[in-house]
Design a protein around this ligand. Structure first.
Ligand code: AMP
Ligand code: MG
Length: 258
C-alpha cells in the first residue's frame, strides 16, 4: 500500500482532475473500516472507527504499537461524552465543567469506560481517554462520520509525533492509504491528558492545557511516575528522535560533522 496525500487547505482539498474533496475521501475510507492520517491541532493523528475493532487493529498494526498502549477516542460532539464514558456522580460536575471549558481543544480526559467502546481501544483498561479536536478539518470529518474516531499520533511507536503531512508520509507512507494535509499542526505537541477520579484532576501527561489552567477547577496532582504505565510519556524511551545530540560551547565556530 502506498499513501496518497491529499491537500486539504484552501479549496477543501480538491485535487486537480478530481471532484472529490479530501474530507470525502477520508470519510469514504473510514466508513470502509480503513485508517487515514488526519490533521489535529496537536499533531497528526492516525484515525479509524473507534467502535470497529477490526479498523482499530489496523492502527496498532501500522504504528507497530503494543496492544497494551491504549488509544485516544475523538468525539464528534461533547454530547457523545456520556455515550462512551460512564461518569461517576461525584465527578460529573467537574468533568462537564472541564469539557465545556477546554473542548474543542488539546485536552484529553480519562474516564470510566462505557461497554460500547471495544477493549482493544482501551487496551483492556476499564477507562477510556476522550477528546474533542478543535481542528476544522478533523472536526468536519468526525462530525460527518457521526461516530467517535480512535486517533493516536500518526507515527511509528516510540518515535516523534508528526506535525506535518510530510512527517506522516515519511513514517507511515507505505502502510496507510491516505494522509489529509491540513498544513503544520498549531500546537506541535500532544494533548494534555488528565484522569478525573474522586473529584480530583490527575495530570498524566503535560501538554498545551497547563496545570495552572486546570487548578482553577479543583485539586490537581501531577502523576509523573506510577507503578503501572498509564500514559506513553512514562516509558523509559519515548518520542525519541533519530538525530544525534551534540553539546557545543560556541555556536559561531561549530560546523556539524558530515
Ligand atoms: P497518542 O495519541 O499517541 O499521544 O497516545 C494516546 C495516549 O493516551 C496513550 O499512549 C495512552 O497512554 C493515553 N491513554 C489512552 N487511553 C488511556 C487510558 N484509558 N488511561 C490512561 N491513559 C490513556
Ligand atoms: Mg503518540
Amino acid at each position: 500500500m502506498k499513501a496518497q496525500v491529499v491537500a486539504a487547505i484552501g479549496d477543501r482539498g480538491r485535487v486537480p482532475g478530481s471532484a472529490t474533496p479530501a474530507t470525502e475521501r477520508a470519510l469514504k475510507l473510514l466508513r470502509e473500516g480503513e485508517i487515514v492520517a488526519l490533521p489535529t491541532e496537536t499533531v497528526y493523528g492516525l484515525a479509524a472507527d473507534a467502535l470497529n475493532p477490526i479498523a482499530v487493529a489496523k492502527i496498532f498494526e501500522a504504528k507497530g504499537r503494543p496492544r497494551f498502549d491504549p488509544l485516544i477516542v475523538h468525539l464528534p460532539e461533547i454530547t457523545w461524552l456520556e455515550k462512551v464514558a460512564t461518569i461517576p456522580a461525584q465527578d460529573r460536575q467537574l468533568v462537564l465543567q472541564l469539557a465545556n471549558k477546554f473542548w474543542p481543544g488539546p485536552f484529553t480526559m480519562v474516564l470510566p469506560k462505557h461497554e460500547i467502546v471495544p477493549d482493544l481501544v482501551t487496551a483492556g483498561l476499564n477507562t477510556v481517554a476522550v477528546r474533542v479536536s478543535a481542528h476544522p478539518m478533523f472536526a468536519e470529518i468526525v462530525q460527518a462520520f457521526e461516530k467517535p474516531l480512535a486517533a493516536p499520533s500518526a507515527n511509528r511507536f516510540g518515535r516523534i509525533s508528526p506535525t506535518t503531512a510530510q512527517h506522516v508520509l515519511d513514517e507511515l507512507g507505505s502502510r496507510i492509504p491516505l494522509v489529509v494535509d491540513g498544513g503544520p499542526a498549531v500546537h506541535g505537541i500532544e494533548s494534555t491528558i488528565v484522569a478525573i477520579r474522586g473529584g480530583k484532576i490527575d495530570i498524566l501527561r503535560r501538554g498545551p492545557i497547563t496545570a495552572e489552567q486546570l487548578s482553577a477547577f479543583g485539586k490537581i496532582e501531577v502523576v509523573a511516575t506510577r507503578d503501572k504505565i498509564s500514559a506513553p510519556g512514562q516509558f523509559r524511551s519515548h518520542y525519541a528522535p533519530k538525530t544525534p545530540l551534540q553539546l557545543i560551547d560556541d555556536a559561531s565556530t561549530f560546523s556539524p560533522k558530515p
